[in-house]
Design a protein around this ligand. Sequence first.
Ligand code: ATP
Length: 268
Amino acid sequence: MNGRGETIIQVRGLRNSFGEQVVHEDLDLDVRRGEILGVVGGSGTGKSVLMRSIIGLQTPDEGEITVFGESMIGRSEEETKDVRRRWGVLFQGGALFSTLTVAENVQVPIREYYPNVGEKLLDEIASYKIVMSGLSPDAGPKYPSELSGGMKKRAGIARALALDPQLLFLDEPTAGLDPIGAAGFDELICELRDALGLTVFLITHDLDTLYAICDRVAVLADRKVVAVGTIDELLALDHEWIQDYFRGPRGRAAERAADAAGMESAEG
Ligand SMILES: Nc1ncnc2c1ncn2[C@@H]1O[C@H](COP(=O)(O)OP(=O)(O)OP(=O)(O)O)[C@@H](O)[C@H]1O
């Protein structure tokens, strides 16, 4: 099956624990092609651990994870190389290499997966990804310490896009950005999804982001995904955390802002 609606990530019966602490138990999740799936949950509910399990940085106790139909559990790095080059990751805080320039950071995954690419082409690809991420071309020779928080995130996106991925993992991309910077970043994610046909797995606490760009939202609580759907579908559920989160003062403000933006765009 091709096109929108196809399952790109499938998680079944996932269990993760650290010593006595069970973080996930019997967790299921599907991420569909072309969607921006927001992942929310209280602090410590295991959103990052879930992402790390999917991308193979955390070995679960139990469960099955497939990405692009390929099983990710119990397989070596070499065996999953072809799948891994089809995704890009933006970790919390950007995680750029501080001793490398922005352009060199973008080139890291290309050098890793395609060691025979020449310097000139590497420079060209890096420039292209940098501009695509909304940075000016002169950001390429700069070091991360010379960039603002928002620019670092964009540089992180440029690196995540280095291998022309079909799937993006973003861990709290707007954390620490001012509201205007965060809105600009939301717009960038949406534009990239539309232009490149990406599927996006997006961990966020940012209610504005959820309203502005997420097609569906998965809620982590009680060690599993307790609900997944549009915000309207979630609001119809009688779940205490969901109601508190979306109906709290911040949730209502984000909803009003989204309604106002919707009316503006309808008026042209
Ligand atoms: N490597 C690790 N060793 C031990 N415990 C860990 C490890 N990684 C995560 N944990 C624990 O697992 C739980 C879930 O962590 P995780 O970072 O996934 O939470 P989160 O939902 O992303 O939280 P936040 O919203 O605060 O970023 C936490 O209690 C954390 O302390």
